[in-house]
Design a binder for this molecule. Structure first.
Ligand SMILES: [Zn+2]
Length: 262
């Protein structure tokens, strides 16, 4: 067993291959979770480097600036290799070790296969799912740096909008990020080595369109899409349905919802 004291438990951990993936996919939700008082962590699987315009030092500084902008207290790097990231036992052990240390209640995994972007994204999806499972395994502590087995209770996917599979998730939901949308854009802007002015305008358009589209479907100005590996459980149908609406539904006459296309 490792003698190192365990860090404080986290409520939510988000994990993706490259620093900037999570800002683009769910930066608004991460900033909102922090505002709501949850303990949030970002786990980058790789440094994200090399890239054509970046370096290890600049990317690290940019990731730190983005972390500060989102207000997320903890960001760690799992130190897997960029560009050649593969779902392997060793990489599963590495990520599972971090789960066992920080014992998150929810793990958000960036999910999908992006044929026009890095293949690391798909591998990261697989590693995230496997590490979540491995984290609970007994009699293997030596593979996890002597940490104690920990079962991550909840897995949430944040899908890449360019996922080639266009998966039929068991269930999806949208988080209202209207209040933290500008924070999200600023966190992406921090990655100047990846997005010069022209590229930032393009990614900003992509983010605004995607978050505008997902938000609109639920009556929010901007929203981020998530998915679950199972149907949504509902102890109370009314609170589930009403709770997702931005205004109090009982005032809305039947058949005259405020969402034009809802
Ligand atoms: Zn990426």
């Amino acid at each position: 067993m490792s003698d190192a004291p365990l860090p404080e438990r986290l409520d939510v951990v988000a994990v993706a291959p490259h620093p900037d993936d999570l800002e683009i996919l769910c930066g608004g939700t991460l900033a909102k979770l922090v505002k709501q008082g949850y303990k949030v962590g970002i786990f980058d699987m790789t440094s994200g480097e090399p890239t054509p315009r970046g370096s290890l030092e600049t990317r690290k500084a940019e990731a730190e600036e983005a972390r500060r902008i989102l207000g997320v207290p903890l960001r760690i790097n799992i130190e897997m290799p960029n560009r050649v990231l593969m779902d392997s036992p060793e990489n599963r052990f590495k990520l599972a070790t971090a789960f066992r240390r920080y014992r998150p209640g929810i793990v958000i995994v960036a999910a999908g296969r992006t044929p026009a972007a890095s293949p690391d994204h798909h591998q990261g999806h697989l590693i995230g799912e496997a590490a979540r499972f491995y984290s609970q395994l007994t009699k293997w502590d030596e593979r996890f740096d002597g940490t104690t087995p920990y079962r991550v209770p909840h897995l949430v996917y944040v899908p890449f909008p360019t996922d080639a599979e266009q998966r039929n998730w068991h269930s999806t939901f949208v988080v209202d990020i209207t209040e933290t949308f500008e924070q999200k854009l600023a966190s992406v802007r921090a990655y100047r080595s990846q997005f010069d002015d022209e590229r930032f305008e393009r990614v900003k358009h992509f983010i605004s369109s995607t978050n505008g589209y997902h938000g609109f479907k639920c009556g929010y100005k901007f929203g981020e899409l998530f998915a679950l590996p199972h149907p949504v459980g509902a102890p109370d149908l009314v609170s589930l349905v009403y709770g997702s609406k931005p205004t109090a539904p009982p005032d809305i006459p039947v058949g005259q919802g405020h969402i034009p296309m809802g």
